[in-house]
Structures are given as structure tokens and as C-alpha cells.
Design a protein around this ligand. Structure first.
Ligand code: ADP
Length: 172
């Protein structure tokens, strides 16, 4: 069992400064962090798996000991396969707690070796979600404080395309 590596799973659609904050905090606790991007076909992502991986690689390129990969299926099976049993999750506002408690408990039931560790982000990111960022981008709000510069431009372009597509559907 590898208790030196921790895995940080999520959809990262797109990665935000909140995600980055958690990665940096986790690196203070563990010598290596694997960021695992979910390849969940049921979810309606704005960005493809490849795009989300590229974003994460770009924003962590100056951090040592961060590896970006993807997984599909059950996280409990994936960590077992990788022999990594420490899962990092971010805890934002109180409303995260119920879902996270459920996930941590079910993961423990599925695989008793798993420990989930919750990290609290800097308070300026405690209300930040990828969904909120996508909404703000659609509304053409300033998102520069919440998202890495290299993702901001791509997000604005994607919001523009989505709005254009929705307008066409409405006109039909
Ligand atoms: P999911 O779809 O599983 O919630 P996300 O990409 O939204 O995946 O989040 C992955 C992880 O990152 C989760 O543990 C989530 O709590 C954490 N996270 C996301 N945004 C923030 C933030 N602003 N501050 C701290 N943790 C965050």
C-alpha cells in the first residue's frame, strides 16, 4: 500500500483557483499528488476530458510532484488498482458536507483501506464551484480572480459558442 501518494479526484470542468489551492495545500502534506479527472459519460461537460487534462497540466506545470490522469468507473476500484488509499477532497461551504460525508462513507464501505482527507480552501474560494464559474462566463462577468489566466480565455470562448448554439435552438 502506498501511503505517500494521495489522489485528488474530480470533474474539473474547468479547473479553478479553488482546485489549485487544494492541490498546493495537499502538496504540503504529501510528497506526490495524483489529480484524477473523471471520465464520466453521463455528465454534460463543457470541456472534453482531453481539454480538462490539458488545463490541469498547464496550471500545475511549475509544481513538482503533481501527476494528472483520468479514470472512469468507480473511484474505490480505481484507487485499489493504483494501490493508493488516500483521497483528497475540498470542503467548501457547509452544503458540501452532506455529499462528501456520503461519498467518504460509501468509499470506506467499498474499500476499508481508503481514508478521505478534507482540506479547506482559502476563504476567498470557499464559494467557488466550476458550475458557478461557467454561469458567470455565460453572463460575461469578470472571472479573472477565480480562474487561472490560461483557462479564462478558453472559458469565455466556450461560453460564447454555447450561447450562440442556444440562440439557434430558441429561434427554431
Ligand atoms: P465534483 O464534480 O466531484 O464535485 P469538482 O471538480 O467540482 O468535482 O471538484 C473536485 C474536488 O475539488 C471536490 O473535492 C471539490 O470539493 C473540490 N473543489 C472544487 N472547487 C473547490 C473550491 N473552490 N475550494 C475547495 N475545493 C474545491
Amino acid at each position: 500500500m502506498n501511503n505517500k501518494i494521495a489522489i485528488f479526484p474530480g470533474s474539473f470542468d474547468p479547473p479553478t483557483n479553488g482546485h489549485l489551492n487544494i492541490i498546493i495545500r495537499a502538496l504540503n502534506l504529501f510528497p506526490k499528488i495524483m489529480v484524477a479527472v473523471t471520465n464520466n459519460l453521463n455528465k454534460n461537460h463543457w470541456f472534453s476530458l482531453e481539454e480538462r487534462i490539458n488545463f490541469l497540466e498547464e496550471i500545475t506545470k511549475n509544481l513538482k510532484n503533481v501527476q494528472i490522469l483520468s479514470f472512469s468507473g468507480l473511484l474505490a476500484n480505481y484507487v485499489k488498482e493504483k494501490k493508493i488509499f488516500i483521497i483528497i477532497r475540498g470542503l467548501r461551504i457547509v452544503s458540501d458536507f452532506e455529499y462528501e460525508l456520503q461519498m467518504a462513507t460509501i468509499n470506506k464501505k467499498l474499500n476499508n483501506d481508503i481514508e478521505t482527507i478534507f482540506l479547506i480552501p482559502d476563504y476567498s474560494y470557499s464559494f467557488l464551484t466550476s458550475a458557478l464559474i461557467r454561469e458567470l462566463a455565460l453572463l460575461e462577468s469578470d472571472i479573472s480572480n477565480f480562474i487561472p489566466k490560461c483557462i479564462e480565455k478558453e472559458l469565455k470562448e466556450r461560453a460564447f459558442l454555447i450561447k450562440k448554439k442556444n440562440l439557434k435552438v430558441c429561434k427554431k
